[in-house]
Write a protein that binds this ligand. Structure first.
Ligand SMILES: [Zn+2]
Length: 312
């Protein structure tokens, strides 16, 4: 049964706070982000300033939950049926495959207009192309996980186990590089393909896995209205759920204002999922990333701060 009569208490999920908790989004500019060669500042992403919501009729945030990712809990009933923490009429908004010019900033603006939030699962390579856009996602207070380095389908039998691990680890290292700080230990498999040995591996890395309860199929939509119709039809059937969308896609960005209005009008509330602690990336992959894409490592310091002339 998808909609349990009572809330099943899951040890991995704890209630942080109820009521609106919103972070103001800085004004978005639709200018393309600098290329990967332009290294982002190594300083940690500043904590977003909490601002009251300026929109009295906003969708807002109904509840904030904190996730203990120890052992790699799985979320989303399409694949993981153990942790049924959402209450009736609660949704989690998730966005894959960014960051991407125009569409990601447009999604950010819509979420800000509605004083609400989502989880972003960026692709590692895209994060190195557009680190400034990913930084805007973080600055707006959204949760950021990872979605592999190159969006490889990890059930592909041509990939060795090491290559699968590299896809996962380098993805996290790339997001960390772009943000200047480690993201959440939240991971989504490309195409929702879950090879069992990688599920076990993520468990050993204490990284939570996110499938979904309902797929908007926005990547197949012929227009924005179709994104809205498919999502609302599935949601009204289930009554709640983690919604899979793509900030990478134009139709999704265009559909989002009306979709969020519809969620509000239909009485749905957004749940914000935050990690208890950030992911611990592996130095080996941080270094590999730096080598491959000619990026400076996070620990790189200007020569003047390392070598100082005392006397000549
Ligand atoms: Zn994807």
């Amino acid at each position: 049964m998808r909609i349990a009569a009572g809330l099943i208490l899951a040890s991995a999920v704890s209630l942080l706070a109820t009521g609106a908790a919103w972070s103001q989004t800085p004004a978005m500019k639709n200018s393309p982000a600098p290329a990967a060669a332009a290294a982002p500042a190594a300083a940690a992403t500043p904590a977003p300033a909490k601002q009251p919501c300026a929109n009295p009729d906003a969708l807002g945030i109904g509840r904030v939950v904190e996730i203990d990712t120890t052992g790699g809990p799985g979320f989303g009933f399409e694949h993981f049926k153990q942790l049924d923490f959402l209450r009736d009429k609660e949704v989690v908004l998730t966005f894959d495959d960014g960051p991407w010019p125009l569409n990601t900033p447009s999604v950010l603006k819509t979420l800000a207009d509605e004083c609400t939030t989502g989880i972003f699962f960026p692709i590692g390579k895209h994060s190195t192309y557009y680190p400034e856009i990913l930084k805007q996602v973080a600055a707006a207070g959204h949760t950021i996980g990872s979605h592999t380095w190159s969006h490889a389908t990890l059930t592909n039998k041509k990939l060795t186990e090491d290559q699968r691990k590299e896809e996962i680890e380098k993805g996290f290292s790339a997001v960390k590089w772009a943000l200047g700080a480690p993201p959440a230990p939240f991971f989504r498999f490309p195409a929702l393909q879950h090879p069992p040995e990688m599920v076990t591996y993520l468990g050993s890395r204490n990284i939570a896995m996110f499938s979904c309860d309902l797929d908007s199929f926005d990547f197949k939509a012929r227009n924005p209205q179709q994104v809205i119709d498919v999502t609302m039809k599935k949601l009204d059937k289930l009554g709640k759920g983690i919604i899979l969308m793509h900030d990478f896609h134009k139709h999704t960005a265009e559909a989002l204002p009306a979709l969020l209005r519809k969620l509000k009008a239909s009485g749905y509330k957004v749940v914000q999922m935050k990690p208890k602690a950030p992911v611990e990336t592996l130095p080996q992959y941080d270094e590999e990333l730096a080598k491959d894409v000619k990026l400076p490592t996070l620990s790189s310091r200007p020569v003047s701060s390392v070598v100082q002339t005392i006397s000549e």
